[in-house]
Design a protein around this ligand. Structure first.
Ligand code: MLT
Length: 276
């Protein structure tokens, strides 16, 4: 993947881009925990050319790394609010005033924080394998364990812990290469960034009350085999959002955009024209 870079408030931000730089419309992709921008490869590689070829509209895809990921500069003790402000600052640098915002899992939590800060800049939202509520006690305990695991064992230990949870049984049985790619993505990230994100997730706000106020096109996507943010969560979010479409992807777990890339991209391709 080719990374580009720019500077937001003195911090270097690495990012990937695809599609037409002159495009009027932007799809912003916010990555999940603790993966970095490479997780969006199936969308960056395949979605942009297909959208252009359809002749419906021309889109630019932008996928910024969060602070500390992919060799981007970190920021001290970031919160979800800070991550969202970082993404908005990134859009400002590229003169993008409005975008469709897509986030997978933690990327969804950041999308909610961004909507709280600047809903007027969002023309549509894609929430993939994420949840609006705060963590259960069990998840909170898991996050404290993750901080310990990463502090002692680095990003490899994070990968060991997460890999069994991120994928559905179909991918585990039939697509080991996807799991190997994700392992590499996690192992390449800095332990500091992983711990920072874990702490940021622990202190995030409940986005439940926000949902009914979001009068904008929304696409909720979930892998049917997702056990981290299961389909029932997606159903709850979709029914609380005034203008949502729910798409359940068979044979995909939590990493639905990588596990079922064609079906994921089809859902996005159908959704985008309605956000113009
Ligand atoms: C993610 O994929 O971003 C994480 O699963 C989010 C989380 O742990 O809540």
């Amino acid at each position: 993947m080719r990374f580009e870079r720019l500077t937001v408030e003195g911090r270097v931000v690495r990012y990937a881009a695809a599609g037409d730089v002159r495009a009027q419309q932007t799809l912003l992709l916010i990555h999940g925990f603790p993966l970095g921008v490479r997780m969006w490869e199936p969308q960056l590689a395949r979605l942009a050319p297909l959208l252009d070829a359809s002749g419906v509209s021309r889109w630019r895809l932008l996928a910024p790394s969060l602070p500390g990921y992919d060799g981007s500069d970190g920021m001290p003790q970031p919160s979800m609010h800070d991550y969202a402000a970082h993404v908005l600052g990134f859009l400002d640098q590229l003169d993008v005033s409005r975008a469709v915002v897509a986030g997978l899992s933690m990327g969804g939590y950041i999308a909610f924080a961004l909507l709280r800060q600047a809903v007027q800049r969002v023309t549509g939202v894609i929430l993939a394998d994420t949840r609006s509520g705060v963590d259960t006690e069990q998840v909170r305990a898991g996050r404290h364990r993750m901080i310990e695991i990463v502090t002692n064992g680095g990003s490899k230990a994070a990968a060991d812990d997460l890999i069994p949870k991120l994928f559905g049984p179909t991918t585990k049985a039939a697509r080991p290469q996807v799991m190997a790619e994700v392992r590499q993505m996690i192992e390449a990230q800095s332990p500091v960034a992983i711990v920072d994100s874990t702490r940021a997730m622990l202190t995030r706000e409940d986005a439940g009350p926000l949902l009914p106020t979001l009068n904008l096109p929304a696409l909720v996507i979930v892998g049917e085999e997702d056990t981290m943010t299961p389909p029932e969560e997606a159903e709850r979010m979709a029914s609380a959002l005034p203008r949502a479409t729910l798409v359940r992807l068979p044979r995909a777990g939590h990493m639905s955009n990588m596990e079922a890339p064609e079906a994921f991209n089809d859902a996005v391709r159908r959704f985008l024209p309605g956000t113009a």
